[in-house]
Design a protein around this ligand. Structure first.
Ligand code: 5IU
Length: 452
């Protein structure tokens, strides 16, 4: 095995190349993802890398060296230390105060500056960087890149008269990884396709059926909702955001046959009365076989949530089959939810929500580890172990003027592999509520079937 090959394998161990399905900034789906930044965290590898890169050129041809920020900065620094070629630093943005310089360091007009870049893709970012260096009356003739993704960048720069020296290209990388059984032939052919500019066909990820999820589930509330879904051929939860008991009961009567659960915000009723509101609601739930989901969004310490869950005028614990809860209070805050299925809020549908990917990841850990949690509310995919409930579904509009953002049921089943859609105004504001609930039921079920 050559030194270079060995070196690539060492780099690969650091996780610099991943294979799978990645959405690039441009929205294009790529079968591989490259990030060379981890190399800088392993001093021995960084040192070796600088040796390999310096071998690509004759050092005497240059007066300065400059890395394109940020990934190539440590690489250029290591090469400078090794070769004693003076380093200059290009800023990403000019300083807003003081000298407003774009290039930092000591240099003089006419010097030839070697450029170092980590990965070259289209070459566009280099074509933006080089003129900024040339503006300082420095010469640029040669560019060193660690990896050429073979997507036209090298050719583009060579056409503009630059010499591009790359340590590896994607074909070589694939060849070395294949020889060492680190990548399958199928992945290689996908990568080749991608490099040729073809859109890559990824094998569609299969979702589990409700029957499969039922088989895997142990929680009685997740079993119940899945059984109802299968029996009624529905994945629709209607959100009854209405203000009076009469409206609530009328609504439940109309949508009852088409839904798996009725979602309430019980505290918005102006005339709540336990016997007048809850008892008839429970009767309707029995009559039409749907669950009651109180969208309480608990978000306190365990002790307070326990009090809120069972007391006050609503006595949620005595009637709700499902409740929503934030997990912001930590794992133990969910211990109080006994005899109910908890649906954890992992991500919200509203614009500007703080539930970014880091939040979701941490929230998901809690949801997955707590036996009371049967699912999550989210606008992203979540693991199969949890049921996914997706609000923000409306076939008519893209949003309201209060930050709500809508998707269609087609979109959420295809992209998120949702289990249940939650629809509010799309149904309760419709002229014919029964018909609207049937339409959403059919749309949701068809989208589910299409994505099996
Ligand atoms: N809801 C959302 N988005 C969320 C969460 C809950 O819309 O991220 I968490 C609730 C709010 C409302 C229902 O009760 O779902 C959606 O109603 P509309 O379909 O009318 O927007």
């Amino acid at each position: 095995m050559s030194n270079k090959e060995n070196f690539l394998l060492e780099c690969y161990q650091l996780g610099i190349i991943k294979f799978g399905k990645f959405t690039l900034k441009s929205g294009i789906e790529s079968p591989f993802y490259v990030d060379l930044r981890p190399l800088a965290s392993d001093p021995k590898i960084l040192k070796k890398l600088s040796f390999f890169l310096l071998e690509l050129i004759s050092i005497n041809d240059f007066d300065l060296i400059c890395g394109v920020p940020y990934a190539a900065l440590p690489m250029a620094t290591a090469m400078s230390l090794e070769s004693e070629l003076p380093l200059i630093i290009k800023r990403k943005e000019a300083k807003a105060y003081g000298t407003k310089k774009l290039i930092e360091g000591i240099f003089s007009k006419g010097q030839n500056c070697l450029i170092v870049e980590d990965v070259i893709t289209s070459g566009i970012s280099l074509l933006e960087t080089i003129p900024e260096i040339e503006k300082e009356d420095l010469k640029v003739t040669d560019i060193i890149v660690v990896l050429d993704r073979q997507q036209g960048g090298k050719k583009l720069l060579e056409e503009r008269g630059f010499r591009v020296h790359s340590l590896f290209n994607m074909t070589e990388v694939c060849e070395i990884l294949r020889k060492n059984n680190l990548i399958s032939d199928e992945e290689i052919s996908r990568i080749n396709d991608f490099l040729k500019g073809n859109q890559v066909q990824f094998a569609e990820e299969k979702r589990l059926t409700y029957e499969q999820k039922l088989e895997n589930s142990t929680n009685s509330f997740s079993k119940k909702i899945l059984e109802i879904a299968i029996e009624k051929k529905s994945n629709l939860i209607a959100s009854a955001d209405v203000l009076t008991t009469k409206e609530l009961l009328d609504f439940a009567e109309k949508v009852g046959p088409n839904i798996v659960a009725l979602k309430t915000h019980i505290d918005i009723l102006t005339d709540f009365d336990f016997d007048e509101t809850i008892l008839p609601l429970k009767d309707l739930a029995n009559k039409y076989n749907f669950l009651l989901m109180e969208d309480r969004k608990f978000g306190d310490i365990g002790n307070t949530q326990e009090l809120q869950f069972s007391n006050g005028i609503y006595k949620i614990s005595s009637w709700a089959d499902l409740v929503t809860s934030h997990v912001i209070g930590g794992e133990n805050s969910l211990d109080c939810f006994l005899n109910v299925g908890v649906i954890a809020i992992l991500g919200m549908s509203s614009k500007g929500t703080l539930t970014n990917s880091e939040y979701r990841e941490e929230a998901l850990k809690i949801a997955l580890s707590h036996p009371n949690v049967i699912g999550g509310v989210c606008q992203n995919k979540i693991p199969d172990e949890l049921l996914l409930f997706t609000p923000g579904v409306n076939m008519e509009t893209k949003g309201d003027n209060k930050g709500q953002q809508y998707n269609t049921s087609e979109f959420v089943f295809k992209n998120l592999k949702t289990d249940f859609i939650i629809v509010g105004r799309g149904i309760y504001k419709a002229e014919e509520i029964e018909k609207a609930s049937l339409d959403y039921k059919i749309a949701g079920w068809n989208s589910y079937i299409e994505n099996l």
